[in-house]
Design a protein around this ligand. Sequence first.
Ligand SMILES: Cc1cc2nc3c(=O)[nH]c(=O)nc-3n(C[C@H](O)[C@H](O)[C@H](O)COP(=O)(O)OP(=O)(O)OC[C@H]3O[C@@H](n4cnc5c(N)ncnc54)[C@H](O)[C@@H]3O)c2cc1C
Length: 430
Amino acid sequence: MQQSALVIGGGISGIQASLDLANMGFRVYLVERSPSIGGRMAQLDKTFPTMDCSICILAPKMIECSRHPNVTLLTYSEVKEVKGSVGNFAVKILKKPRYVDEKKCTGCGICAQNCPIEVPNEFDVGLSMRKAIYMPFPQAVPRVMTIDKENCVECGLCERVCMAKAVDREQQPQEVELNIGAIIVATGFDMFDPSEIPAYGYKQYKNVITALELERLLSASGPTGGRLMRLSDGMIPKRIAFVQCVGSRDRREWIRNAYCSSICCKYATKEAVIVKEHVPGAQVTIFYIDLRIFGRGFQEFVNRAKAEYGISFVRSCPGEIIEDPITKDLIVWFEDMTTRTPRSLTFDLVVLCPAIKPREGAGELAKVLGIDVDDYGFFKPLDAVSRPVDTPVSGIFICGVCSGTRTGDVPDSITQASATAARVAEVLAG
Ligand SMILES: Cc1cc2nc3c(=O)[nH]c(=O)nc-3n(C[C@H](O)[C@H](O)[C@H](O)COP(=O)(O)OP(=O)(O)OC[C@H]3O[C@@H](n4cnc5c(N)ncnc54)[C@H](O)[C@@H]3O)c2cc1C
């Protein structure tokens, strides 16, 4: 039995599983596909229901992970091959070239200041620009720059200004081989693209945005420094609508997402409350099919949103959103369920809450690992009730949102992550 574990995915689930195992004395290799660990939680402004600052909770865990003597971080890396069985998996990992020496880079950012190329910033969901040499976000771990070769024009400016001589444009992909006792998969989720429902006008109308875009607009480290504004004209919105179940519970042939994404009711309520805190006089309306807000304290959270913040909950799934071509206001058409008649309301800003989807590449990773996916492409547990974090492959476990929307929020993800760590410890000790 190798007394080591491989954790795939460095979001809150993978970070928690890694820390639990490392604290138990196991050697942990944490593989993250992007340049920094953190996952989606790093993009959030505040977290429900306590309204704590998301990055303030996450960043200490990210740093603990990077400094823990039992954890080796392999960022900007992907698992390419897994052979063997529980107790002794032979794993091949591809470490992509950053074109920056991780050991030399101090993360000072002078290279980015001098880089002439600007491209949409993925971390801000395209609402701001970043340079071709970049740090994904200010609290990134490791604190190292990465050159995005696809957009780099090879001007050499970054190399010239780097005092640490860290830029290495000749860097090559590296293959890392490891022998591992057990594997935890925690690759998280992607989001449904609302432009697949043209009637909602996403990408056609600037003032129709997604909930993740709103998180970035509300965040002090976001593109507007935390000032909520319309993208069409910079106006502070006073009438804001949230539309739930965008691509969730939708059986239309080209969507085929019959499942509930499980977190949207909670985060829409949270975002509505934060919007009211940013714009106290605002009228905020949440359109919902039905409120699926289970979990301790959540019904009370909704009650407070209604009573203390005056947020309106309208039971209806809007059919169409139309933009006024002059004011850029948005007319939301929906069926009034009390009178059974079509109605419309006008808003300054509409926030769509898109379905949660399996991560891009989840199917390929499942093949590499030999584990199953469900009808929608999420990793499938051995038994959802009695073995919720096991897979049919002994020694391979799943946690967090990659295992489906039964685990939607951060507390659920952390609980599952600790469950996988406990199962790994059990297997390796046995
Ligand atoms: C708009 C919005 C608001 C939310 N608000 C809240 C809230 O207020 N409170 C709350 O509790 N929850 C909230 N959530 C849910 C929260 O974001 C998730 O519970 C949490 O991010 C799940 O963490 P995870 O680690 O499972 O997945 P992720 O955060 O998605 O992390 C997965 C990580 O794995 C990496 N990865 C993916 N594929 C690979 C691969 N093949 N190899 C290596 N690495 C890979 C990714 O790059 C990523 O870093 C919100 C979600 C959304 C969309």
